[in-house]
Design a protein around this ligand. Structure first.
Ligand code: NAG
Ligand code: NAG
Ligand code: NAG
Ligand code: NAG
Ligand code: NAG
Ligand code: NAG
Length: 476
C-alpha cells in the first residue's frame, strides 16, 4: 500500500519534472506599473530613486527568467548579454514617469557589458585600439515613447481621450455600493484631517469620493517625509485607506454588466495578442516586449480577464512596479504554432515571485494559442478605428474614421467582426452611446475639451494640476 503510494508520488513528481524540463519559451510580453513616485495629487509626478531601484530589480529578475542561459524559462534564441534590437520591443506613453520606468526596467534587463561580458564589450578601430560604450559599456535599449496624439496611444492607455470610459466610470458614483461606502466612511475620513490639512484645508473635503487621492498623499508622505503630519498615520489607518482605495478604483475600472468601463483593458488585450502574434508567426518578430502603463489598466484587465475569480487579491491595487507577463511556450524544443501555449503570470511589486494564474475563469494556468487568440480577439479591440468608434472619441486621429457619424461607426465595427469575432463590447457601447442622447454627449464634450485645455494651460505654466479623476493622463 505504502510502496504503491510512494511509487505513485515519484511517478507524478518525475512527470512534473520531465514536463518542466521539456518546456521551451519562445517569447514573452511584460506590462509594468511605475515604481515609487512623488504624489499624484499635484500632477507631474516623477519616479523617485527608490522607484528606479524597484524597476531595475524587476528588470533584473526578468533577465534571470527569460535571458539567463541557466534558466529553464530562457527564451529560445534570445541574446543573453548583448542587446539585439530586433529581439526586443519596448514602449511607453510619452510621460516622463512611464518612460523612466521602462528605462530602469531595461537597464536591469540588459545591464552594462562590463558587468556581464567584458570580452565582447569593445569595438575594434582600424588603428588597433578598442573602444567601450560610456558608463561601463552601457547598452542603449530603444524605447518608443508614444505621443497621446498618436493612434498607438490607445494600446497602453485606452482610457485617455475615451469619453465612453469616462462616462461609464462616472456611473460608479451613482451605484448603491458607492453611496453606502461614502456614508459609512465619512467619519473615518474626517478623522484623518490633521494628517493632510496642509493639502486639504477643510475636513469637509475628505471622503470616499477622494479615496485614492487621500491614500496616495498619506502613503507617499509616510515613505518620504518623516516630519510630515501624514507620517503619523498608523498601519491600521493606512490599511483601511488602501482597502477603500482598492474598492473605489476597482469600481471605477470594471463592472461586469458595463463593458465600457474597461475599454482600456480591451485595447491592452488587443495589443498583447498582436505582439505575441508577431512573436508566434514570424521568426523576425520581437522575442520580448515591454509595455509600461497605469494601475487602472491593470485593474480593468483583472476584471476583464476574470482574474478576480482566480484570486480575490486581484480586487486590490497592484503595488508599485507590479508586472503581468504573458509567455508563449511549447512542450517541445521546436516551434509549431499548433503546439504553442500561453501562460499568464503576475508579480505584485517587488515582493514575492512571479506566479501563474488562470485567465478567463479557466481551471488551468495555460491556454492553447488558439484558445488564447480566440478569447483575446473576442474580448479585445484590435484596431484604432474600432477604439474610436466604441469610445466616440474626439482624439485628432479619429477624424480619419469619421467617428460621430453613427452609420460609419456601426459599419466599421461590423466590418471588422471577421477579425475580432463577436465584438460584443463594441456593439453594446455603440448602442449605449446612441441611447445616451445628444444632451449628455454635448455636455461631456464640453467638459472634456475644457479639461484638456486646463491641463495644457497648467502644463505650460508649470502650475500644479489636481488630478482627482482616475482617467486623467496623470493616472499612473
Ligand atoms: C586610435 O584612434 C582613436 C580614435 O581616433 C584614438 O582616440 C586613439 O588614441 C588611437 N589609438 C592609437 C594607439 O593611436
Ligand atoms: C454596474 O453596472 C450596473 C449596470 O450599469 C449598475 O446598475 C450598477 O450600479 C453598477 N455597479 C457599480 C458598483 O458600479
Ligand atoms: C516634510 O514635511 C514638512 C511638514 O509638512 C514640510 O515642512 C517639509 O518641507 C517636508 N519636507 C520635504 C522634503 O518635502
Ligand atoms: C498575425 O501574424 C501573421 C503572420 O505574421 C500575420 O499574417 C497576421 O496579419 C497577424 N495578425 C494580425 C492581426 O496582426
Ligand atoms: C498586491 O498587494 C496589495 C497589498 O500590498 C494587495 O492589496 C493586492 O490585493 C495584491 N494583489 C495581488 C493580485 O496579489
Ligand atoms: C469568472 O470565472 C468564474 C469561475 O470559473 C465563473 O463562474 C464566472 O462566470 C466567470 N465570470 C466571467 C465574467 O467570466
Amino acid at each position: 500500500m505504502r510502496t504503491t503510494a510512494l511509487a505513485h508520488a515519484l511517478a507524478v513528481a518525475s512527470g512534473l519534472a520531465a514536463s518542466a524540463a521539456a518546456e521551451t519559451v519562445h517569447g514573452a510580453l511584460v506590462f509594468t506599473r511605475h515604481g515609487d513616485r512623488t504624489t499624484k495629487h499635484y500632477g507631474a509626478q516623477v519616479l523617485t530613486n527608490l522607484g528606479a531601484q524597484q524597476l531595475f530589480l524587476v528588470g533584473s529578475d526578468y533577465r534571470a527568467r527569460y535571458l539567463d542561459s541557466a534558466s529553464p524559462n530562457q527564451i529560445q534564441g534570445i541574446s543573453e548579454f548583448q542587446y539585439v534590437p530586433a529581439q526586443i520591443h519596448a514602449s511607453a506613453p510619452d510621460q516622463r514617469i512611464l518612460l523612466d520606468t521602462a528605462t530602469a526596467f531595461l537597464q536591469g534587463l540588459y545591464p552594462p557589458l562590463s558587468e556581464t561580458r567584458p570580452q565582447i564589450e569593445g569595438q575594434q578601430l582600424a588603428n588597433g585600439s578598442s573602444v567601450n560604450n560610456p558608463l561601463g559599456g552601457y547598452q542603449y535599449v530603444t524605447l518608443h515613447g508614444i505621443s497621446a496624439d498618436s493612434s498607438d496611444a490607445v494600446w497602453i492607455k485606452g482610457d485617455d481621450e475615451c469619453p465612453a470610459v469616462a462616462r461609464a466610470s462616472a456611473e460608479f458614483r451613482a451605484s448603491a455600493e458607492y453611496r453606502t461606502r461614502l456614508a459609512a466612511t465619512r467619519d473615518f475620513y474626517r478623522s484623518l484631517h490633521p494628517l493632510v490639512d496642509d493639502v486639504y484645508p477643510s475636513a469637509d473635503d475628505l471622503s470616499y469620493a477622494k479615496a485614492y487621492d487621500i491614500f496616495d498623499i498619506i502613503n507617499v508622505q509616510r515613505t518620504h517625509n518623516k516630519t510630515s503630519a501624514a507620517a503619523q498615520a498608523t498601519d491600521a489607518q493606512v490599511l483601511q485607506l488602501r482597502t477603500l482605495a482598492d474598492s473605489a478604483e476597482f469600481g471605477l475600472n470594471y463592472n461586469a454588466s458595463q463593458p465600457a468601463r474597461s475599454i482600456h483593458a480591451t485595447t491592452l488585450a488587443g495589443a498583447v495578442w498582436r505582439h505575441l502574434n508577431d512573436t508566434v508567426s514570424s521568426a523576425k518578430g520581437p522575442k520580448f516586449s515591454l509595455l509600461a502603463g497605469s494601475y487602472d489598466t491593470f485593474l480593468a484587465f483583472f476584471g476583464l480577464a476574470n482574474l478576480t475569480a482566480a484570486s480575490p487579491d486581484f480586487y486590490g491595487l497592484p503595488d508599485y512596479a507590479s508586472t503581468m507577463a504573458f509567455e508563449v511556450f511549447t512542450q517541445r524544443p521546436d516551434f509549431r504554432p499548433a503546439d504553442a501555449r500561453v501562460r499568464f503570470l503576475f508579480r505584485n511589486g517587488t515582493a514575492g515571485t512571479l506566479r501563474a494564474f488562470p485567465l478567463f475563469g479557466a481551471q488551468k494556468t495555460d491556454l492553447s494559442w488558439d484558445e488564447f487568440s480566440d478569447v483575446m480577439q473576442t474580448r479585445g479591440i484590435s484596431t484604432a478605428e474600432q477604439w474610436c468608434g466604441v469610445c466616440q472619441s474626439q482624439a485628432p486621429f479619429c477624424a480619419a474614421y469619421e467617428v460621430g457619424n453613427g452609420g460609419v461607426t456601426a459599419n466599421a465595427v461590423s466590418a471588422d467582426s471577421g477579425v475580432s469575432r463577436g465584438s460584443w463590447i463594441a456593439v453594446v457601447v455603440v448602442m449605449a452611446v446612441a441611447l445616451a442622447g445628444n444632451l449628455v454627449w454635448a455636455a461631456l464634450c464640453l467638459l472634456g475639451s475644457r479639461k484638456r485645455k486646463e491641463q495644457v494651460a497648467a502644463a505650460g505654466a508649470g502650475k500644479e494640476v489636481h488630478s482627482v479623476r482616475s482617467h486623467d493622463s496623470g493616472s499612473v
